[in-house]
Design a protein around this ligand. Structure first.
Ligand SMILES: [Zn+2]
Length: 242
């Protein structure tokens, strides 16, 4: 036995070749839907699943010809990242005196329960026009309307995004429940429609609640079932066409 093999054996890892030990564990389909595990991304500036990233890049090139710079401010987001966002908001609302019920209601105006974000799938992108100066919060609906800086972007996307497979889930459609209107959030339908279909077969009561999630005592099965109907399924009809 040479020295290197001896060292591996003594560490109990001799059965795996070196390269295999450095690979991330391949997540199973349920873990992928929940944002757990490593999703291979298209490129750093386009942090989306490969097929969605390729389609986005095509759309980006077409928009550029019209002077619009499509920039992704948020693409793929992991379960852990979403949990950190959730816990931070929960603690801030708690410090401001909100009851657990009020707190959760406030968070889910715009933010998701970890494990339920469409951003976990690598098919969703929050998009702005990178050619405009960034002043304060960029993801606010007013900036996409009237005299806002992202009006030309919105007009272009309204006309062309669907040709590349991108749709808004959180529209202004009357009667739509769930998350508030998000004119910046686009979903790549050729992948996300079937992912949502798979998602509907998960038992959310089993997979969502963990001990280190703030407010988890108030997340009972009644809450989860309303959240599922209104927030997860409260999206544009084109995106639940299965
Ligand atoms: Zn988003």
């Amino acid at each position: 036995m040479n020295r290197r093999n001896f060292m591996l054996t003594s560490l109990g890892m001799a059965s795996l070749p070196l390269w295999a030990r450095s690979l991330p564990k391949t997540p199973n389909p349920t873990e992928m839907l929940l944002g757990m595990g490593e999703l291979p991304l298209y490129k750093e500036s386009i942090p989306l699943a490969k097929k969605a990233g390729k389609a986005f890049e095509k759309m980006q090139k077409a928009a550029k010809k019209e002077g619009i710079v499509l920039e992704i401010v948020s693409g793929y987001r992991s379960y852990d990242r979403q949990k950190a966002i959730w816990n931070r908001k929960y603690k801030a609302n708690e410090a401001a005196g909100l009851s657990p019920e009020e707190n959760i209601k406030k968070i889910i105006e715009y933010s998701t329960l970890p494990g339920t974000s469409r951003h976990h799938w690598g098919t969703e992108a929050d998009i702005i026009d990178g050619s405009k100066p960034k002043v304060g919060d960029v993801l606010v609906a007013e900036k996409f309307h009237e005299l806002g800086p992202y009006v030309p972007l919105k007009k272009w996307m309204d006309l062309h995004a669907h040709k590349y497979g991108f749709y808004l889930p959180y529209t202004q459609q009357p009667g739509r429940k769930g998350f508030y209107y998000e004119p910046w959030h686009y979903s790549y339908a050729p992948l996300s429609v079937s992912l949502l279909k798979s998602y509907t077969s998960l038992n959310l009561n089993e997979v969502l609640i963990t001990e280190d999630l703030e407010g988890s005592a108030s997340l009972n099965s009644e809450f989860i079932s309303t959240y599922y109907e209104e927030h997860i399924l409260g999206i544009a009809p084109e995106l639940k066409n299965f």
